[in-house]
Design a protein around this ligand. Structure first.
Ligand SMILES: [Zn+2]
Length: 270
């Protein structure tokens, strides 16, 4: 099975709507393909999140009992005829705007929840983590031995991916340490570079360009055919880019333009 075939079936697999034959061929693909496995795991997590959101969402008790006890909405067994739209949106509802509005809110909230980017917090969390590292609230494994740090980080994600590395020695910045952080069940490999009054924290994790926050401004590098997403918060600047299924976010006290120029210079298109 190829990736595009597998990806077409992933939603069906999450919803347990595949045949046994489809299941076994997609499962054997997922075993070998990290990228599709990541998409599958993300869909599963999203489904769990939606389920949990639905469970947290409660209509006011009075409205709830009104809706549930209304035979025109939920007819008893003797009156189960009529289409589901007639049952769910009976004509009387439109004559009672307040109740109709309340019902719409109850129905629409989960949809809005679904439309919300599920992964937006991870990129903004990176800025937060950088701030905490600089402020000493998160302690990193201090080492200038990048190989040692790298091996430790790769083990922390069971060898699924490796941290992205940058040689910033030309800017007098050297690796200072690293840590592994988990945001919404996703592991990020974090490497800190420092020197010359500057610091850069590099976050590597499995993801897609959807992990860029909506506030980001997008820069398309024609030569490298890559998109770079710049965003800032609390005086720190960040640039996100994707290499295959790996997302890299660099956060720094450098100016946004300087950081973007640096990332573009270091990145090799995959
Ligand atoms: Zn695949």
């Amino acid at each position: 099975m190829k990736c595009d075939e597998a990806q077409e079936l992933i939603t069906a697999l999450v919803d347990k709507q595949v045949s046994d034959q489809e299941r076994s061929s997609i499962e054997s693909h997922l075993k070998d393909c990290q990228r599709c496995r990541f998409i599958y795991e993300r869909e599963q997590a999203l489904k769990r999140e939606i389920g949990a959101a639905g469970a947290r969402l409660h209509a006011p008790a009075e409205l709830r009992s009104k809706i549930l006890s209304d035979r025109r909405i939920f007819p008893g067994p003797e009156r189960s005829s009529g289409s589901w739209t007639e049952r769910i949106f009976p004509a009387w509802l439109f004559a009672r705007p307040a109740l109709a509005l309340a019902l719409a809110v109850v129905l629409i909230l989960p949809i809005l929840y679904f439309m919300r980017s599920p992964s937006e917090p991870i990129s903004l969390a990176a800025l937060e983590i950088h701030k905490k590292i600089i402020g000493g609230e998160i302690s990193v494994q201090k080492t200038s031995n990048l190989d040692e740090l790298r091996k430790w980080q790769i083990r922390a994600v069971d060898g699924e991916f490796a941290p992205m590395e940058y040689d910033l020695s030309s800017m007098n910045m050297l690796p200072a340490g690293g840590v592994v952080e988990e945001i919404n069940g996703r592991k990020m490999l974090v490497t800190v570079y420092a020197g010359n009054g500057l610091s850069v924290t590099c976050f590597t994790f499995l993801g897609t360009e959807e992990d860029a926050p909506k506030i980001a401004s997008v820069f398309f590098d024609r030569e490298k055919k890559m998109k770079f997403y710049s965003f800032s918060k609390d005086g720190f600047n960040a640039v996100l880019h994707r290499e295959g299924s790996i997302i890299c976010i660099l956060v720094s006290n450098m100016s946004g333009d300087q950081l973007l120029a640096m990332v573009r210079a270091k990145v090799q298109p995959s």
